[in-house]
Design a protein around this ligand. Sequence first.
Ligand code: COA
Length: 331
Amino acid sequence: MNSAIIKGTGHYTPEHILTNADLEKIVDTSDEWIQTRTGIQERRVLNGHNDIGLSGMATNAARDAIDDAGLEPKDIEAVIMATVTPDYRLPATATLVQHNLGIGRVALMDIVAACTGFLYGLSVSRAFITCGMYKNVLVIGGEHLTSITNYEDRTTCVLFGDGAGAAVVSRGEPSDNGRGILATYLAGDGQYKDLLHIPLGGSKNPFTNDNAHLPGRHVHMDGREIFKLAVKEMADAAEHVLEQAGCKPSDIDMVIPHQANHRIIEALRRRLNVPEDRVYSNIQSYGNTSSASVPIALDEARRTGVVKEGSLVLSTAFGGGLVWGSALYRL
Ligand code: COA
């Protein structure tokens, strides 16, 4: 069987910064509450830079990932875009990225798996590559979350930010020995669909003149329930991939989890029993960027030398659906 290795990564976040102090002026909250309960200090927002949209952020992240992999857009044979905030309901954002970058007429698809979207994309890319169908697959996680955020709801608006991250997953060579995506695990359960959802704007409850201004057009979340389930299922998903690959938590060089809340990350760390310096977190700078959070963190960790070629990395994520999953990979 072919191996599938992460050959290059990239990320893009908007320049505009929304701080906790800025949010104090918008809703009844405080820097102290936000930092204590979530770990977030600031987040990046497309506000004022809407012209590039999600597809623009995804394009920038993807361009860097292709470059980092030492490839050119023409080498990419499939584009998998994970997002819940596409520029349009039709067409798929993957088609916009393909066109922006001058990628050929290849397989283009969007995946809707919320915060777990990038790991779903990684798993699909691995399947494409190990079965011999493609050699180079571009996987992107990107969100314009502030476009679906209700800035009158303090329980959610302090959490979310915008950004995109990308990876090129390629067929490994014998000389890459030991590198590659070693195991993935994907799961979900639709019984929890109302815990984190956008009630309006789909084909079941389409926008009308009467409802288009209602809060139902934004994200609704039961934060407390999500919190409990996230800790349990992210840890469970992590154990699945460790078991599949025959590894122990002590083998992991770095856990790069979905960045939803520093308390969720800390609870996960304790469950996995890994030391603090083996868990990567950048939630203070970006907040929760949903499907973008893992690839942004992975790219940052690679570029700053926190992880390097040969590092064993575990990523695990959880989000609306509910869907969750994990991946274990040697860089
Ligand atoms: N500022 C100040 N007070 C706030 C607030 C804010 N931004 N948001 C909520 N509060 C208040 C609540 O109204 C509540 O007040 P009450 O006790 O008077 O009713 C109090 O703080 C505690 O609320 P609670 O919801 O229990 O807080 P929490 O400790 O669970 O933290 C979240 C809330 C949202 C930060 C937390 O539940 C969380 O991170 N959940 C996961 C969310 C997530 O990541 N979702 C994405 C998918 S992974």
